[in-house]
Design a protein around this ligand. Structure first.
Ligand SMILES: Nc1ncnc2c1ncn2[C@@H]1O[C@H](COP(=O)(O)OP(=O)(O)OP(=O)(O)O)[C@@H](O)[C@H]1O
Ligand SMILES: [Mg+2]
Length: 239
C-alpha cells in the first residue's frame, strides 16, 4: 500500500537554524500515527511543516502521490489536509456552529448540512451546544469543536497537535476514542501526543522525535514494548 503522506529528508524551521533535520516519515492511509518526544524536539514544527507553516530548507513532502512541497496552506486544505493547532484552537466568541463554519471557508463543501451532520455524528456531545459560544465549553468540548471544524473541510489527512493537552484522564480516553472513530470513517491521522503511553496504545505507527530527528519508528505496540523507548520517553515502568 502506498503512503498517503510521504516525507523525505525534510529540514525546516523558522529562518534561523533548522529545527527539524532530515526527517523521513511515511503515513499509510486510514491509520493513526503518533509522534512523541521531549519538549522542544520539533514535533509541532514537523506538523506545521506538513501544513506549510514553516520555512522548508530541504526535502520533499508528497501527499496522495503528489508533490506538495512549497504549496501554501490555502492550497493544501482543498486537496485534503486539515490541522488542529496545539493551543487556542477555537474562536471563543463564536458559537460552536460558527466555529464549524470556519472550517468550510478554505474548501466549501457542496452540501454543508450533510457534512455538519457527519461531524455531529462523530461528536454527538456538540449537537446540544451548537448555539453556544465556544468559550463557554469545557476544554474537552473545545477540543471536539476544533477537531470538528477541521473535519468540515472533509480532509483525507488530519493533523492533530496534542489533542489531549490539559484534559482530565476521563476526557483523555474519550478523545482517543473519538480519534479512532475518525479513523473508522476513513480519515488518516497524524498526531503529536504528550500522553505517549496511551497514544501509542491506539497508534498503528509511532515515531520518536529527538532533537529534530526521527530517533525511532515502529508500530505502537513495538514502541510500547521497547526497553529504550520505555526508559527514555515513557517514564519507565511497564506498559
Ligand atoms: N514560531 C517559531 N519561531 C521560532 N522558533 C520556533 C517557533 N516555534 C518553535 N520554535 C522553536 O523550535 C523548537 C522546537 O519547537 P516545537 O514547538 O516544534 O517543539 P515541540 O516538540 O512541539 O515541543 P512541545 O512538546 O513543548 O510542544 C524550539 O526550540 C522552539 O523554540
Ligand atoms: Mg509542540
Amino acid at each position: 500500500m502506498s503512503a498517503l503522506l510521504s516525507i523525505r529528508g525534510l529540514t525546516a524551521g523558522y529562518g534561523g537554524l533548522p529545527v527539524i533535520d532530515g526527517i523521513d516519515l511515511d503515513v499509510a492511509p486510514r491509520t493513526v500515527s503518533v509522534i512523541i518526544g521531549p519538549n522542544g524536539a520539533g514535533k509541532s514544527t514537523l506538523l506545521k511543516s506538513v501544513f506549510a507553516l514553516t520555512r522548508i530548507e530541504a526535502g520533499k513532502i508528497a501527499f496522495d502521490d503528489r508533490d506538495i512541497t512549497g504549496l501554501a496552506t490555502a492550497e493544501l486544505v482543498p486537496i485534503g489536509i486539515a490541522a488542529v493547532p496545539q493551543s487556542r484552537n477555537v474562536f471563543t466568541t463564536l458559537t460552536v456552529a460558527e466555529n464549524l463554519d470556519v472550517g468550510t471557508y478554505a474548501a466549501p463543501p457542496r452540501d454543508r448540512r450533510a457534512v455538519e451532520e457527519r461531524v455531529l455524528t462523530l461528536f454527538p456531545d456538540l449537537r446540544a451546544k451548537l448555539g453556544q459560544p465556544a468559550g463557554t465549553l469545557s476544554g474537552g468540548q473545545r477540543q471536539m469543536v476544533a477537531m470538528g471544524r477541521a473535519l468540515m473541510s472533509e480532509p483525507k489527512l488530519l493533523l492533530l497537535d496534542e489533542p489531549t493537552a490539559g484534559l482530565s484522564p476521563a476526557y483523555l480516553e474519550r478523545i482517543f476514542d473519538l480519534i479512532l472513530g475518525i479513523r473508522a470513517v476513513g480519515v488518516t491521522i497524524l498526531m503529536v501526543e504528550q500522553n505517549a503511553r496511551q497514544a501509542l496504545r491506539i497508534a498503528d505507527r509511532g515515531h520518536v522525535l529527538v532533537n529534530g530527528r526521527n530517533f525511532q519508528s515502529g508500530t505502537g505496540m513495538e514502541l510500547l514494548g521497547d526497553e529504550n523507548v520505555r526508559r527514555s520517553f515513557l517514564g519507565g515502568g511497564t506498559a
